[in-house]
Write a protein that binds this ligand. Structure first.
Ligand SMILES: NC(=O)c1ccc[n+]([C@@H]2O[C@H](COP(=O)([O-])OP(=O)(O)OC[C@H]3O[C@@H](n4cnc5c(N)ncnc54)[C@H](OP(=O)(O)O)[C@@H]3O)[C@@H](O)[C@H]2O)c1
Length: 163
């Protein structure tokens, strides 16, 4: 099974200057809970945007076109087929966690979408690619809790591919 896991603002912004534009610990906790169930695949820039990478207790599969790229604790792949072959070594979901080109690469294969919408607008330079939500069924919608540490209203949405 392949999933996408991401957070976007009201305009589809997902990143700015190589970082997340917001601070939302509740979404980080949700992201961790979902991704701990499998392997994670990401682009090289997303890996390098993570504080203290790689993500712990998950196999981190990273895509780059740089044949000599190495990073401690990650599996480096150079195309989608290598990523899929790496994931098939275990019977686990593959959670694609960005960025843009990774989401585009796996759009035809993805089975589940874990989408957090942050009900606010941020400056950004990286946007979630267009997804045809008609091809997916919304199976869960949970409003996040706003508190001192999570100041942006947010909704957790889970979709499953139809058919
Ligand atoms: N809000 C969210 O949920 C979320 C999720 C993920 C990321 N982000 C944000 O998005 C930004 C980073 O994402 P991004 O889209 O700019 O970059 P990215 O997709 O993480 O990384 C791009 C790099 O991945 C490699 N790559 C991409 N497609 C490839 C392919 N088909 N084959 C081989 N290598 C490939 C290339 O690495 P080389 O240049 O090394 O060849 C490319 O430069 C940051 O701001 C981050 O914080 C947000």
């Amino acid at each position: 099974m392949i999933t996408f896991v991401w957070a976007e603002d009201e305009n589809g912004v997902i990143g700015k200057d190589g970082q997340l534009p917001w601070t939302l610990p509740a979404d980080m906790a949700f992201f961790k809970k979902v991704t701990l169930t499998g392997n994670v695949a990401m682009g090289r820039k997303t890996l390098e945007s993570i504080p203290n990478p790689p993500l712990k207790n998950r196999k981190n599969v990273v895509m780059t076109r740089n044949e000599s790229y190495e990073f401690p604790g990650v599996v480096v792949c150079h195309n989608k087929e290598e990523v899929l072959a790496e994931n098939e070594k275990e019977d686990k979901p593959l959670h694609v966690i960005g960025g843009v080109s990774l989401f585009e690469e796996f759009l035809d294969e993805v089975d589940m979408l874990y989408r957090t919408i942050i009900h606010d607008t941020f400056e950004g330079d990286t946007f979630i690619p267009q997804i045809d939500y008609d091809k997916f069924e919304l199976i869960e919608k949970v409003e996040g809790t706003v508190d001192d540490k999570n100041r942006h209203p947010h909704t957790f949405l889970i979709y499953k591919r139809k058919g």
